[in-house]
Ligand binder design. Structure first.
Ligand code: VGL
Length: 206
């Protein structure tokens, strides 16, 4: 079985929410995510679901990316993806949440800011249930896209590869916070055996 995974494809990571974490072009990936999902048997999504009291929040963008001395929040970020806010919503063009086969919400605790969708904690000890659900549905291949390539998409893809799934990363279905981050993410994913493809058309030929 093949699953397609929309990782954190939320408005908070697009220019639609300029005060949050806008990733250039983040609102342009819905068609590619839909095209890759059309090649899969199952479609799943993760959503950041933060809360207003999160300990890692800083007021301004120039205060972001500072190291934090906490095992489960490694960096500061501005407020984003608060459950119930506009930024929490999936990007325009994606199905409504109830049309997915499995959904995972992450980053709900005040002091925990995970990147990967498979674990609630940075040490990758507390499962969110994604891996177990995929195994239960006899999935062996996962097609991955979403936001942002250099943080949550990369970490999720690496976690899935480590768990033994065959992982394809659809570059056209992702956007990155930084170019350097994208290059490093691609390097780490290739090293982990993840197959990078340019778009869903290339996936269809695999
Ligand atoms: C993300 C930075 C901070 C992501 C989440 O979804 O990639 N990036 N929080």
């Amino acid at each position: 079985m093949i699953a397609s995974f929309d990782v954190d494809a939320q408005r908070t990571f697009t220019p639609l929410c300029p005060g949050e974490l806008p990733v250039p072009g983040g609102d342009e990936i819905a068609d590619e995510l839909n095209a890759q999902a059309a090649l899969a048997d199952l479609r799943i999504a993760s959503k950041d679901a933060h809360n207003p009291n999160a300990k890692w929040v800083v007021a301004r963008h120039d205060q972001m990316l500072q190291p934090l001395d906490h095992p489960d929040s490694d960096l500061t970020w501005v407020r984003h993806a608060e459950a119930g806010s506009e930024g929490f919503e999936l990007i325009p063009g994606l199905p409504a949440p109830e049309h997915y086969d499995f959904l995972v919400y992450k980053g709900v605790e005040n002091h925990m800011h995970p990147y990967g969708a498979c674990y609630h904690d940075l040490k990758e000890r507390i499962s969110t249930g994604v891996i177990e659900w995929l195994r239960y549905r006899q999935v062996n291949t996962v097609l991955v896209g979403g936001l942002a390539l250099d943080f949550c998409v990369k970490t999720t893809a690496l976690q899935l590869a480590k768990a033994g799934f065959k992982v394809y990363l659809n570059l056209a279905a992702c956007r990155a916070i930084s170019d350097d981050g994208a290059i490093e993410a691609c390097r780490a994913m290739v090293e982990a055996g993840i197959r990078l493809v340019d778009n869903a058309g290339e996936l269809a030929l695999q």
